[in-house]
Ligand binder design. Structure first.
Ligand code: FES
Ligand code: FES
Length: 397
């Protein structure tokens, strides 16, 4: 047994827990706070959602011991919360529940959305809430209730708080996880990846807005024509991206493929198709794709644009603009701060693989899946290390 001390709904709590006990059981069994419901216990349905340090997390896949020192808010903690009250009134008014089993998780996720959503766009609300499943009442009333609370608050001059005001990121309880940081070594990122402003959305894609966008560039030590020819072979390019693979004629305009992603206990395999356009004059191209993972009922649609720019020393700069929309249980993987960090690491791995393939030194087999969870922890470990070095640096000074 391990002693876990944390704050729940503003109250300091200490209790014994098995290392394997998840946070939902800890909350329900040691504190008798039974408002947090358990549906699937696999991180899929969202019924168990609570806030850990202000961030919605699935308490069924979060170890209680990982939350030592954290501040946890359950649905009971929203009793006197202004947004909680507004949401409850709206759920009642809009008939947004029937059996009510999903409602605690819905309220926790909705509260987060009400704080950070700039406006009451119905589609954006549906996407943001797609990780919370309701088995009986349907989503019309739920979406309408959330929409009305956001609209009402914006009309009253209460502005959205970008990212809900978070300054720290990482998995639940991670802000207190120095021990985790010490155990997990961040992989070396040797390729220089630079953040850029995303380019303007092209006319043909103007009717589709990605939920998440990022832009990066990197340099490979090969002439632009060699890189251009390499990018013509979608199969070779896919091999450089951890978890991606394509099948059939990999030089065709339309290719079929799949992407394996692992986030915590969820392994998703997105099967889909992509359409590829290339412009030899500008050495640029667009890859538009969509895919679906049957097991987690998650779906994605994305666009990657690239442009090759010759450098004076015979090298080539590769500019990438990536935009995507993710729905379903994996939609939480779209949170912007996290995506930005993970994108840099993913593209650094891609850049290294492209460089190795072009140099004929690619000895290792492609990664079978993109382990987003591992990237999560490596991002976290690096951030904590940076913070600690700043702290000790100040003390030394
Ligand atoms: S019970 Fe946690 S996501 Fe379903
Ligand atoms: S109201 Fe019954 S599961 Fe949502």
């Amino acid at each position: 047994m391990t002693t876990v001390s944390l704050t729940i709904n503003g109250r300091a709590v200490t209790a014994e827990a098995e290392p394997r006990m998840h946070l939902a059981d800890f909350i329900r069994e040691t504190q008798t706070l039974t408002g947090t419901h358990l549906g699937c216990e696999h991180g899929v349905c969202g019924a168990c959602t609570v806030l850990v340090d202000g961030v919605p997390v699935r308490s069924c896949i979060t170890y209680a011991v990982a939350c030592s020192g954290a501040s946890v808010t359950t649905v009971e903690g929203l009793d006197d919360d202004e947004i909680g009250k507004e949401l409850r009134a709206a759920f009642t008014r809009e008939h947004a529940l029937q059996c009510g089993y999903c409602t605690p998780g819905m309220l926790m996720s909705a509260r987060d959305l009400v704080v950070r959503a700039p406006d009451a766009d119905e589609h954006a609300i549906r996407v943001a809430m797609s990780g919370n499943l309701c088995r009986c009442t349907g989503y019309v009333g739920i979406v309408r209730a959330i929409q009305s609370v956001i609209a009402d608050r914006r009309a009253r001059g209460i502005a959205a708080v970008p990212g809900a005001g978070r300054t720290a990121l990482g998995p639940a309880g991670s802000g207190h996880g120095e021990a985790i940081a010490a155990r997990v070594a961040a992989p070396a990122v040797t390729a220089a990846v630079v953040s850029r402003e995303p380019a303007a959305v092209s006319e043909s894609l103007a009717d589709w807005q990605p939920q998440t966008r990022f832009a990066r560039s990197f340099v490979v030590n090969h002439a632009v024509d060699a890189v251009w020819d390499f990018f013509a072979d979608t199969g070779a390019v896919a091999v450089c991206l951890p978890g991606a693979s394509v099948s059939g004629d990999t030089s065709a305009r339309n290719v079929a493929g799949k992407m394996r992603i692992k986030v915590g206990p969820i392994t998703a395999e997105f099967h889909g198709a992509a359409e590829i356009d290339r412009d030899p004059l500008t050495k640029s191209g667009t890859i538009q794709g969509s895919g679906r993972d049957r097991r987690s009922s998650s779906a994605t649609r994305g666009v990657i644009r690239y442009r090759l720019l010759p450098q004076g020393d015979g090298a080539t700069e590769v500019e990438l603009d990536v935009g995507y929309r993710l729905t379903g249980p994996l939609a939480q993987f779209s949170r912007s701060d996290l995506v930005n960090d993970i994108a840099s690491r993913l593209i650094a791995a891609f850049a290294q693989n492209v460089e190795a393939r072009l140099s004929g030194t690619a000895a290792t087999a492609p990664a079978a899946e993109l382990n987003a969870g591992r990237l999560f922890f490596s991002v976290l470990a690096e951030r904590i290390k940076t913070r600690l070095s700043h702290l000790f640096g100040r003390r030394d000074g």
